[in-house]
Structure formats: structure tokens, C-alpha cells
Design a protein around this ligand. Structure first.
Ligand code: SF4
Length: 434
């Protein structure tokens, strides 16, 4: 059977936007080879689980996704890839002997593997082309926004993080490939581009740094808006702050804080102090007071005292975060933090996590309320039966408005009038066409 004869493929993606980009790129490639992407794993010829391993919970969720595919009766080719495939390769191969377990750096060659499988051939992994940037621009994706990968890997070795071991050292995609990719996805019809990677602020293509890359991207003579994905608060120069002022760059950064305690940041081996972090936020908000800063905070890192935790709570309020992902510290073997002995009991972690979420939800509500009376340019992602169009404004805050005519992937300028707080942890701005 040739690859073209195989029709149905399903995906389950866990983890970050980088993984989502890689799934999108693979799905698009399979569609170009005549595959149909379907939701239900039961009736697929190929099912790909693109796993995440950043926490123990991510491992559990990834395993659950694999088991669900098997339980639902998936009988075709099962492929397990993503960071967990690197981190727990042998265990996964032993547990799922009929599955293909494919490393991240060979993920881009999965279509070759599938083709060979249906031709009753086997490609040894040493003969797969692979390559962490060897993905085509995705024309069909699972998202309204198009993700574009600019970088992979990390050289930081934060003491709690397994990612440098599973994604390898930092590598940057050549600038011309990135510019070409963006031009292609905009030509496909995407109106918003999200640049993504593991540690994108360390982008460096033969001396061309992150700020210079942003400058080149926004100078492309095409219409789109640019979103900078998750970024480390480290290595910013004045050019970066200048680039953020460009009208194509959306006023939102997911700036990873991890802790509000200086001593915990040191123990984590983060590359900045809380003071430096605050200076970045201040600078950004000096030219745009509503600039949305969202973040990640870990609670219960080894040695985190009540006072350290209070510092995190204070930082969330003081920095007026638009959203916080709260993580309970989870021990990853093979990291330095795994050898730290002053472990915070699970019950304390759970309690701190709950407290932090409450403080973060209040900060989020207060942040979002500031938009009442203002305008947002909303990229519509969905319409429901009651006539509500939903999407995100440039600040990456969800907005809904009534419209009979709005369509997915179109921009609308919306005057914000109210806020819907029925979903406590996700208040949505309500507006009408301006
Ligand atoms: S910066 Fe730190 S937390 Fe982020 S991927 Fe690198 S090692 Fe992990």
C-alpha cells in the first residue's frame, strides 16, 4: 500500500506551543499526502501521540492519551513522539511493543516512516533524515493562529528542568527560513503568527540576535500580527523594547517568572533576579500601561519557606499579571533539584497552589476589567449557536461579541462594554462592533 492510499490520521498533542507547531506541521504534511485528519482515534490508520514530559503530571497525561487510543480500539499504526519519547524511550518501547517510539529530532521524518510502514518496509532510525527544523510551513492546522518555530533546545540547565536533556542544546533556525515560513503561512491565509521555541530570547543565527530577528519579521511587507510566545526574562537589549513598540507586535509576553523569591530563583539557577524581572515589566508598561504580562509560577520548590511563597504571592499581585500558570514542583530524576533534600510536603504544595491560583485569578480579573470602555481588535476563532463570536484581542484577552456575520479568522474592532465572570478562572470581555 502506498502512503497515498492511507486515509485517516489522528493526533493527540500535549504540552507547549512548540509541540503544537510540530503537530500542525506534521498534520499539514499528511494532508498534502492525501490523508484525512480525524478526531476519533478508533478509526484511524495512523495515530500520533505527541507527548510532553515537563512534569510528572505531563508524563501521566501522555500515558493516558496513549492508553486511551489503545482502549478505544485503535488498530492502526501507533506512533509515540515528543519529549516523553526521548525521556522514557526504553520504558515506552517495553510497555507499548507495537508502537513506534520516535525521538523529537526524528519527528519531522514521521511521514517517511509511515510511508515505509505501509509499503511493508522498515527504516532504521539511523537512516531517517530528521532535523529539528525540517518541517514544512503548515497550511492546515488545529489553530486560528499559525505557529512558527524559530529555535529549539536550551543551554540554561535550570535545576528543576529536564528539557535541555530531552530537547538538547540551543539551536536557532536560519533567519531566511523563518521569514520564508512566515510569508508562506500568511499567503495560506493566517493573520496571526506566533513565534515559538524552547528559549527564544537566546535566538542567534550567526550573530543575528532575537531583537534583530523581530525587526526583520515586522519589516516583511505583508499584513499580519505577530505574537511572541513564552520567553525567558533574560538577555533583552534596548532594541528588543523598541521592537515591542512596532504596531505589528501584539502587546503580550508570556514572561516566565517561576518564583517571586530571590533565594528560590537562585536555587532554581534562573538567569535573573526578581529585581531585574520587575524592571522589564516596568519598562514595557512605561510605553504601554496595559501591556499583558502572563507568567508561570512553580510552588513548593525544595526549600521554599512560607516567606518565599509569600514573595511569590506578592509578586503576582504587584506585577498585575494577566494570567498565571501555577505548577506544583514535581521532581524530575536526572536534574539537580532532584538531589535537594528540603522537600516541601505534597499537602503544603497543594495548599500553596490553591492560594496562588486565587491570588492570580483576582489579578487576572482586575487586569481584564481595565479594558471596559476601550477597544480591542479581535481575531475570531469560533461562533456559537447563540450568535456569539469569540476570539482574542491583541492583548491576548478573550473577547466575545454578538454578530450574525462574523467569520472565523477575521478581524473585528470591538468596543468593550462588560466582563462575563460566569467562568471564575477565565473572565471574558464582552463588547460590540465599534
Ligand atoms: S530556561 Fe530553564 S526552564 Fe526553560 S527550558 Fe531552559 S532549562 Fe528549562
Amino acid at each position: 500500500m502506498s502512503i497515498e492510499a492511507v486515509k485517516k490520521i489522528g493526533f493527540k498533542t500535549l504540552g507547549c506551543r512548540l509541540n503544537q507547531f510540530e503537530t500542525d506541521a506534521l498534520a499539514s504534511k499528511f494532508v498534502n499526502h492525501g490523508f484525512k485528519v480525524v478526531e476519533d482515534s478508533k478509526n484511524t490508520d495512523v495515530f500520533i501521540v505527541n507527548t510532553c514530559t515537563i512534569t510528572n503530571q505531563s508524563d501521566q497525561k501522555s500515558r493516558y492519551a496513549i492508553n486511551q487510543a489503545i482502549k478505544k480500539g485503535h488498530e492502526g499504526m501507533l506512533i509515540i513522539t515528543g519529549c516523553m519519547a526521548n525521556h522514557h524511550k526504553e520504558a515506552l518501547e517495553a510497555q507499548y511493543p507495537n508502537a513506534y517510539v520516535i525521538d523529537n529530532n526524528l519527528k519531522s521524518s514521521i511521514p517517511e516512516l509511515v510511508s515505509a510502514h505501509f509499503n511493508k518496509e522498515i527504516i532504521p532510525s539511523g537512516q531517517m533524515t530528521g532535523g529539528v527544523f525540517n518541517f514544512d510551513p503548515a497550511s492546515e492546522t488545529f489553530h486560528t493562529r499559525s505557529m512558527v518555530k524559530i529555535q529549539d533546545g536550551c543551554d540554561n540547565f535550570c535545576t528543576y528542568c529536564i528539557i535541555p536533556r530531552v530537547r538538547g542544546r540551543a539551536v536557532s533556525r536560519p533567519v531566511n527560513d523563518i521569514l520564508e515560513n512566515i510569508q508562506q503561512v500568511v499567503a495560506f491565509g493566517y493573520k496571526e503568527v506566533v513565534i515559538t521555541g524552547v528559549n527564544i530570547s537566546r535566538y542567534n543565527d550567526n550573530g543575528l540576535n532575537f531583537s534583530q530577528l523581530i525587526r526583520k519579521i515586522v519589516e516583511l511587507p505583508i499584513e499580519f500580527r505577530l505574537r511572541i510566545s513564552s520567553i525567558e526574562p533574560d538577555g533583552f537589549d534596548d532594541d528588543f523594547f523598541e521592537a515591542l513598540k512596532h504596531p505589528k507586535v501584539t502587546p503580550h509576553l508570556h514572561l516566565c517568572l517561576q518564583s517571586g523569591s530571590e533565594q528560590i530563583l537562585l536555587q532554581m539557577r534562573r538567569m535573573y533576579t526578581l529585581k531585574a524581572y520587575k524592571a522589564i515589566v516596568e519598562k514595557v508598561r512605561s510605553f504601554n500601561p496595559l501591556f499583558n504580562i502572563t507568567s508561570d509560577v512553580i510552588v513548593g520548590f525544595p526549600g521554599e519557606s512560607e516567606a518565599d511563597f509569600q514573595d511569590s504571592l506578592d509578586a503576582v499581585t504587584e506585577l498585575k499579571f494577566g494570567h498565571v500558570h501555577t505548577f506544583k514542583y514535581s521532581k524530575r530524576e536526572e536534574t539537580r533539584a532532584a538531589r535537594m533534600t528540603s522537600v516541601v510536603p505534597e499537602k503544603v504544595k497543594t495548599n500553596r497552589s490553591k492560594q496562588l491560583r486565587e491570588v492570580a485569578d483576582l489579578a487576572k480579573l482586575n487586569y481584564r476589567k481595565q479594558f471596559i470602555g476601550l477597544q480591542q481588535t479581535v481575531l475570531v476563532e469560533s461562533m456559537d449557536e447563540d450568535g456569539w463570536a469569540k476570539g482574542y484581542g491583541e492583548h491576548y484577552v478573550p473577547v466575545k461579541f454578538k454578530s450574525d456575520t462574523a467569520q472565523k479568522n477575521t478581524f473585528h474592532v470591538i468596543h468593550i462594554e462588560d466582563i462575563d465572570t460566569s467562568q471564575e478562572d477565565e473572565p471574558v470581555l464582552i463588547g460590540k462592533l465599534a
